[in-house]
Ligand binder design. Structure first.
Ligand SMILES: Nc1ncnc2c1ncn2[C@@H]1O[C@H](COP(=O)(O)OP(=O)(O)OP(=O)(O)O)[C@@H](O)[C@H]1O
Ligand SMILES: [Mg+2]
Length: 285
């Protein structure tokens, strides 16, 4: 095929030997199958910032750490340098996330390199060696759905233990190979500890998976893994081998009215004291 301009430098430098074909073009990037020696890999070419859409929204950015403070200051300004730094930070986020998650044992494509806005990674393949289908394109038996759901939930837990929430997890960002689900597409991954939207996003990610697998295994629709996982995370009890139940105790304990009234009375009394003291002070002057 005709060589895409953005891939030419990688060919020139011998990082890839051939561009084989283009996979479906997503909203944020174009993905190509490339040959490196005798291996097929995927090259994800990110679109220019202005062609990209929702994922750069502020809700995802909060809490991202920029190690270099000069850089952090530049990013907060609207200068061209600042914008380029912001762009680089965004693109690096997916590469960082892939390395972090791969070493935390989450099933993600193995990253190889990131050069000139192009991410080279392992191609997830089907039995015939073609790029693997996305979850939304596979029909599952009830048992498979239960099994895959369990695998994705375990990966979500490992991910959170590594400090990250996917933030855009759905049947469109999970591939399926012969071992099961593989999570992809991570440039928007959010920092679990530093982002106030993390709890909501984790729950949304997990609920999306529940809705999808629940089509094949309806009993999953009654589970509440998202809330359960976040509660364990917040109380410091989440670890990769945690046993989950899918149940969540909603806090229904009623307020103790007597105790509450006592607290209010104390506050009123204190306030009255304070006023009296102020009046005394003024009279003394
Ligand atoms: N490592 C991989 N192995 C096989 N196929 C891949 C791989 N990475 C991406 N793909 C294919 O390319 C498509 C687009 O990839 P990805 O979701 O990362 O890009 P995107 O542009 O951010 O997508 P979107 O914004 O539409 O969700 C995927 O749906 C998948 O079919
Ligand atoms: Mg995608």
């Amino acid at each position: 095929m005709k060589i895409p301009k953005r891939l030419q430098p990688l060919l020139d430098e011998g990082m890839i030997d051939e561009v084989v074909t283009q996979l479906m073009s997503g909203k944020e990037a174009q993905v190509y199958v490339v040959r490196c020696g005798d291996e097929l890999r995927c090259a994800k070419v990110f679109k220019e910032a202005k062609q990209r859409s929702f994922k750069q929204a502020v809700e995802y950015q909060e809490g991202r750490k920029v190690r270099n403070s000069r850089r952090a200051r530049a990013m907060s300004k609207k200068t061209r340098y600042g914008q380029r730094e912001q762009e680089d930070a965004w693109l690096n986020a997916e590469v960082d996330a892939l390395y972090r998650l791969a070493s935390a044992g989450v099933r993600v494509p193995k990253p190889y390199s990131f050069v000139d806005g192009v991410l080279l990674m392992e191609m997830i393949a089907d039995e015939e060696g073609y790029a693997a289908p996305r979850l939304d394109n596979v029909t599952l038996t009830e048992d498979q759905a239960r099994d895959y759901h369990g695998q994705v939930i375990a990966d979500v837990v490992r991910m959170l233990c590594a400090g990250l929430v996917h933030g855009d997890l759905s049947e469109f960002n999970v591939l399926v190979d012969r071992h099961g689900p593989v999570i992809i597409d991570l440039p928007q991954a959010v920092d679990a500890a530093g982002n106030n939207n993390a709890a909501r996003m984790l729950e949304r990610d997990v609920d999306n998976m529940r809705a999808y697998f629940g089509r094949f295994a309806p009993e999953l629709l009654d589970t509440e893994y998202g809330k359960e996982i976040w509660a364990l995370y917040e109380s410091g009890e989440l670890h990769p081998d945690v046993k989950l139940t899918g149940r969540f105790e909603h806090d229904t304990s009623s307020v103790n009215v007597d105790e509450l009234m006592a607290v209010i009375d104390d506050a009123l009394e204190e306030e009255a004291d304070r006023r009296e003291r102020t009046r005394d002070d003024q009279e003394d002057e």
